[in-house]
Design a protein around this ligand. Structure first.
Ligand code: SF4
Length: 178
C-alpha cells in the first residue's frame, strides 16, 4: 500500500508544483521558513501517518528522542493549535514523508461549496497572498485562484486516489494519533 501511496504522491506533487509556479507572484515560501508548521492541527489520515512513521523510524536516535518528548508534552497540554512536533530547527525532520496537508501548505484555493477563497495561515503574518488580502475587511482580490479543492479528505477520495486503490482510513489531527 505504501508503494502505491508513494506513486500517488509523485503525481500529486507534480500537480502542486504546477500550482506553486502558476501562483508564484503571491508565494513567499523560502528555505528556512516554517510558518506553516508552527501553528496548526495538521489533519493526517491513517495512511499518511503510517508513511510519516516509516520516515520517523529512519531518524537518528537523538532526533527521535526530541520528537517523542515534544509529543509527550503536547499530549499532556493538549493545545488545539501547536507547532508540529516533527519540526526541528525550523526544518521538517521527515520532509519526504510529510502529509498531504504539508504539501498543500501555502496555497490559496477556491472552495466552491463555501463560495470563498481559502487562504493559507501565513497570509496573517504578511506572507503568501498578503498582497491580495485586506486584513481589515477580510476581502481577497485574487483573480485566478486554484480551482481544485485542496483539502486532504477530498484529495484522498479523488478518482486519482481510487486509481491507486488507496485505503486512507480515518483522519485525525496529527497529535491525536499518538
Ligand atoms: S510533518 Fe513536516 S511539513 Fe508537516 S507540519 Fe510537520 S514539520 Fe511541517
Amino acid at each position: 500500500m505504501l508503494k502505491r501511496y508513494e506513486k500517488f504522491l509523485e503525481k500529486l506533487d507534480k500537480r502542486l508544483e504546477k500550482y506553486f509556479e502558476e501562483q508564484c507572484e503571491f508565494i513567499k515560501c523560502n528555505p528556512g521558513c516554517s510558518a506553516c508548521c508552527e501553528v496548526g492541527e495538521y489533519p493526517f489520515s491513517r495512511l499518511e501517518l503510517e508513511y510519516l512513521m516509516s520516515g520517523f523510524v529512519e531518524l537518528p536516535f537523538g532526533t527521535k528522542h526530541i520528537i517523542k518528548e515534544e509529543i509527550k508534552r503536547l499530549k499532556k497540554e493538549h493545545p488545539k493549535l501547536y507547532k508540529c512536533p516533527f519540526l526541528i530547527n525550523n526544518m521538517c525532520s521527515v520532509y519526504k514523508y510529510r502529509g498531504i496537508v504539508c504539501r498543500t501548505h501555502g496555497l490559496a484555493w477556491y472552495d466552491e461549496e463555501a463560495n470563498r477563497i481559502r487562504l493559507p495561515y501565513c497570509v496573517n503574518v504578511g506572507l503568501n497572498y498578503s498582497k491580495v488580502f485586506d486584513r481589515e475587511t477580510g476581502e481577497v482580490f485574487l483573480q485566478n485562484p486554484i480551482r481544485e479543492r485542496l483539502r486532504i479528505d477530498t484529495i484522498l477520495r479523488s478518482p486519482e486516489a481510487q486509481e491507486y486503490k488507496l485505503e486512507c482510513g480515518e483522519i485525525r489531527p496529527l497529535i491525536n494519533w499518538f
